[in-house]
Design a binder for this molecule. Structure first.
Ligand code: ATP
Length: 217
């Protein structure tokens, strides 16, 4: 499960992009050697658009996106990897599980073989990490919000991502469910050791989960 953390001071995420969505237009530059970065700012500042640009769902008008030394987008060099080749794990506010599959089926749905040498995230390890053994045969409809999010995080890990994007993963949960999920997010942060970009409106969450804050005003 562990991967080398000896990354020196190289930025895990380096992006400098020009975004345009309808009348919204802005330049965003994020370059941080912290592995886990919070992305904060008022509603409409462009946080989700930044995540979508990293995931390959929104195309910047110009600029460059690099994750852990891998170029995902570089307008000047004509590089624009399709979403499925970007190795981006994306966790949304709502878990977006497939209702026709049980939990195991959801976890295995997007599973990819790990690139390069050896598997990185295996089903058993991910299930143990997120404490979802007992949920495997369950249908998704009656999972609690926090359970569903744990499954969604597991599904994203099994796609062998190079970065995890979180778009307000706790905001659809009540306070008690939030408190239940935070330790799992901390475990993911500490044990999988991937770069993470975490959008949140909650200072407490940002403080407990992330190592640096990038603000979009
Ligand atoms: N498909 C679209 N067409 C037109 N405008 C869009 C589109 N998607 C986003 N926008 C606009 O881009 C701006 C940034 O939206 P975005 O969702 O990235 O903001 P945000 O910071 O994530 O906001 P919130 O905190 O409310 O989720 C907003 O003004 C939004 O209306």
């Amino acid at each position: 499960m562990h991967r080398c953390d000896a990354l020196g001071s190289r930025a895990m995420l380096s992006l400098d992009i020009q975004l345009k969505r309808g009348r919204f237009e802005r330049q965003v530059r994020i370059e941080d050697s912290a592995r886990v970065v919070a992305l904060v700012g008022p509603s409409g500042a462009g946080k989700t658009t930044v995540l979508n640009a990293i995931a390959g769902l929104v195309k910047p008008r110009a600029g460059r996106i690099e994750v852990d030394g891998r170029v995902l987008f570089d307008r000047a060099r004509g590089i624009d990897l399709p979403a499925y080749r970007r190795r981006v794990g994306y966790v949304f506010q709502d878990a977006r599980l497939f209702p026709h599959l049980d939990v195991r089926g959801n976890l295995l749905y997007g599973r990819h073989a790990a690139p390069g040498a050896g598997p990185r995230f295996e089903l058993d390890a991910v299930v143990a990490l997120l404490g979802i053994e007992a949920l495997l045969p369950r249908r998704t409809a009656n999972l609690s919000g926090g359970e569903a999010q744990r499954v969604a995080i597991g599904r994203s890990l099994l796609s062998q991502p190079a970065i995890l994007l979180f778009d307000e993963p706790l905001s659809a949960l009540d306070q008690a469910r939030r408190e239940e999920l935070i330790p799992y997010l901390q475990r993911v942060r500490d044990e999988v050791r991937l770069p993470m970009l975490y959008v949140s409106h909650h200072p407490d969450e940002v403080r407990r989960l992330t190592g640096a804050v990038h603000r979009l005003d």
